[in-house]
Design a protein around this ligand. Structure first.
Ligand code: GLP
Length: 242
């Protein structure tokens, strides 16, 4: 895993946005997955700015969902879909068929997982995935010690439930997430793991110090040369000297 450290969140996001644009120049019909959550929001605004200033072709790209909160539909403020719609898909004026997303409120979530798995298989895999990291090292909603392969419904870990309030305007009581599985995430041709800010310092420290295991999902990325860790100085914290 390569590592890049940036002086602040803006520089971090601008660099990740550049990687996405590079990918689209090489392969305009890429399949790209970007995590919901707060970390990539700055990447979205950088991409929208670049779209206005550069000639980037967004007409052929498809975006595939990483995860979603079970029981939330894509219109609920704070859901992964709503966040991506608001900050990326709508500003880029993507067409409906360019977005393939979990509906966390689907009547039959097993069918929903199958639908996403099939779409991913038909597309031939993810070209570039941008991941965030949970406070316990989770990737998507792959919580510690849960071993998934394909899309799965996963019980949320206590720490995920403890911090989820930051995404929502109203109090929510969510118990599960639906997420791409490890084979699909780790099978992406290029993987970027992003972390920003002092609250992520401890989990990044653990990522460095812990052995590779499902106990700390993000450690599974450590042995992969196609994976890069993009941090700002605050998330790097005391590891700055490494
Ligand atoms: C959330 C999501 C992940 C996200 C991670 C970090 O719970 N399941 O997809 O990457 O946790 O979120 P944030 O960037 O808001 O810290």
């Amino acid at each position: 895993m390569k590592e890049y450290v940036y002086k602040d969140y803006k520089a971090l996001c601008s660099s990740v946005a550049d990687q996405i644009v590079k990918q689209l120049i090489i392969k305009p019909n890429s399949l790209i997955t970007i995590a919901g959550g707060n970390t990539p929001i700055g990447v979205f605004s950088a991409l929208v700015d670049l779209a206005e200033s550069q000639e980037v072709d967004y007409s052929k790209v498809k975006f595939l969902s990483l995860d979603e909160w079970v029981s939330l539909d894509g219109k609920t403020k704070g859901s992964c879909r709503q966040t991506l719609d608001e900050f990326l898909f709508c500003p880029l004026k993507l067409k409906e068929n360019q977005v393939i997303f979990f509906d966390g409120d689907a009547d039959n979530l097993t069918n929903e997982c199958n639908r996403i798995d099939q779409a991913l298989e038909e597309a031939g895999g993810i070209d570039l995935i941008i991941l965030g990291i949970g406070m316990n090292g989770h990737l998507g909603f792959n919580e510690p010690n849960i071993i998934t392969q394909k899309s799965s419904i996963v019980k949320l870990a206590p720490v995920t439930k403890a911090v989820m309030g930051k995404y929502f305007e109203k109090e929510v009581s969510l118990t599960h997430g639906v997420t791409l599985g490890y084979d699909q995430i780790l099978g992406a041709k290029q993987i970027i793991l992003m972390a920003s800010g002092a609250p992520k310092k401890e989990v990044i420290k653990q990522l460095y110090s812990q052995k590779i295991s499902y106990e700390m999902p993000a450690t599974l990325l450590k042995s992969k040369s196609k994976c890069s860790l993009y941090l700002d100085v605050a998330a790097k914290g005391e590891n700055e000297k490494n």
